[in-house]
Design a protein around this ligand. Sequence first.
Ligand code: OAD
Length: 241
Amino acid sequence: MALDDEIKRVREVLEQADSVVALTGAGVSAESGVPTFRGEEGLWKNFRAEELATPEAFERNPELVWEWYAWRRELIAKVECNPAHHALAAMERQQRNFTLVTQNVDGLHRRAGSTRVLEIHGNIWMVRCTRCGKVTENLEVPLPLPPLCKDCGALLRPHIVWFGEMLPRDILEEAIGRLQHCKVMLAIGTSSVVQPAASFVLHAKQSGAFTVEINLATTPNSQFADAMLIGKAAEILPRLT
Ligand code: OAD
């Protein structure tokens, strides 16, 4: 089906839906200038996210891991939200029952005005003490390295879910609950290879939702999508609101 017709069809489905879940990934922030994780532009000093975003990497070389996060914080602080973020914030205002589940840690959805956001991978502007566990907001840019806990003096870590770590149980349960009861699920700008989010489309479909994928390319989840909108999130999403 031509993209215009497919967009029209999804718009109609959205207008009828009384509950919507949108799952976002790095592709949503790509047009703001935040690099995605996979593919050529996803590399940082020849490291892959999988080599830096692990508890083992942090134990081995906290300076290196913090350097990567400090670099990303500086980059994110400079960028602007794009029309994809704004369209999702508008959808929340239009739909009575709208939930945004994001894998992104950049905080750009909230900056664009979304309020019902489940950040399943954490937030790059939050830090956690490796000793006392206290979680605090930290907006310092540039961040003096290594960052230390103001209470106990121990090393802080990013409040981000790393590979091999559990997702926060309450947030995950809420996301799954929303998925099970939504009428429409949008999966936007995610490569659909990192679990558990990679299973969310199938999960929603099995619960009876109409599933929509918005991406530059197909993903392992495209086979479960009732509608596939190939293109830039910042161009397609504003046409759905
Ligand atoms: P990836 O980098 O794996 O995938 C980005 C996806 O966005 C790809 O499928 C691209 O085709 C698509 N894409 C790129 N630009 C786009 C655009 N302008 N419009 C629409 N789609 C676009 O990012 P994620 O799937 O989010 O974990 O990665 C999942 C997790 O892996 C991340 O949350 C991160 C990473 O390790 C943590 O930070 C814990």
